[in-house]
Design a protein around this ligand. Structure first.
Ligand SMILES: [Zn+2]
Length: 273
């Protein structure tokens, strides 16, 4: 089965705060030994192949108050010339350059295919009207927004901003904006994330970091909404990607649902299909 990993990080010691690197060091010695000093696209594509991953969304990050900064320029250059690597930008809320300008530049000049939003790390409410011109632009550009929802383990994060319910306003105001609730509101807002996909056709759930075996319990009618669930690993936050894919194969779902979770829905959301 084809596999698209919708949640991959490529920073090094240069980008992330020391406790993030420590965390990855403990959870993923392979990353620490091979990539924490220097990371290359060749190294990552070889690793992805070894894990049976066909394509991966590579995330930028502007979260200096929590995890660090992985600039859009770095991600874009890293993915350049590698069709299996899909660059996602991030916008910096502490920059005097308006978000719309940042996003336009990242889309037109750096070729990003979507944006990662980090409310808990960058301390903003996703339904803050100051973000609306940016949402309007992203809707016009027809690229998705991946929102971290739920709790965060890293120091400096503020969990209140991770409530998926704030995206209710955004989905309503921008009905064609594709919004992915990554982590599905983990661990105590699953019901809200689930309700949102039943309420809004433009909302999806990223299953990154959700215990795979529990998916049928957290989202009882998952197969009814099989077009809305998207696989991601959060590597290097996890030691390997392949075991996560294998856990999807073991779920009591139809082949079609598994194909959708592992790749088809990602392609649809990215506009690749
Ligand atoms: Zn992540």
């Amino acid at each position: 089965m084809k596999v698209i990993d919708f949640h991959l990080h490529i920073g090094t010691k240069e980008h992330w705060t020391p406790w993030v690197i420590d965390y990855f060091g403990k959870n993923n010695p392979f990353y620490y030994d091979n990539f924490s000093e220097k990371i290359t696209p060749e190294g990552i594509t070889t690793y992805l192949q070894s894990q049976g991953v066909d394509k991966a969304v590579v995330l930028s990050e502007y979260a200096p108050k929590a995890t660090g900064v992985v600039p859009n320029e770095f991600t874009s250059e890293f993915c350049d010339g590698h069709t299996e690597l899909i660059p996602f930008g991030s916008v910096c809320l502490y920059n005097e350059v308006p978000l719309v300008e940042q996003a336009e530049y990242a889309f037109k000049n750096l070729g990003v295919k979507g944006f990662k939003m980090l409310p808990t790390y960058a301390h903003f409410y996703p339904n803050d009207p100051m973000l609306f011109p940016f949402y309007e632009l992203v809707q016009d550009l027809k690229v998705p927004l991946l929102f971290h929802t739920g709790t965060s383990i890293f120091k400096g994060s503020r969990v209140k901003y991770g409530d998926p319910l704030f995206l209710d306003d955004v989905a309503d105001e921008f009905p064609h904006l594709r919004i992915i609730l990554d982590h599905g509101g983990r661990p105590f807002w699953y019901d809200r994330a689930y309700w949102l996909i039943t309420r809004h056709k433009n909302i999806y759930i990223g299953i990154t970091g959700i215990p795979t075996k529990q998916l049928p319990r957290y989202f009882p009618k998952l197969e009814k909404y099989q077009e809305r669930f998207i696989f991601g690993s959060d590597w290097p936050g996890v030691p390997d990607i392949k075991p996560l894919v294998e856990k999807i194969y073991d779920l009591p779902f139809s082949e079609e649902t598994k194909e959708r979770i592992l790749a088809k829905n990602a392609e649809d959301v990215l506009g690749f299909s």
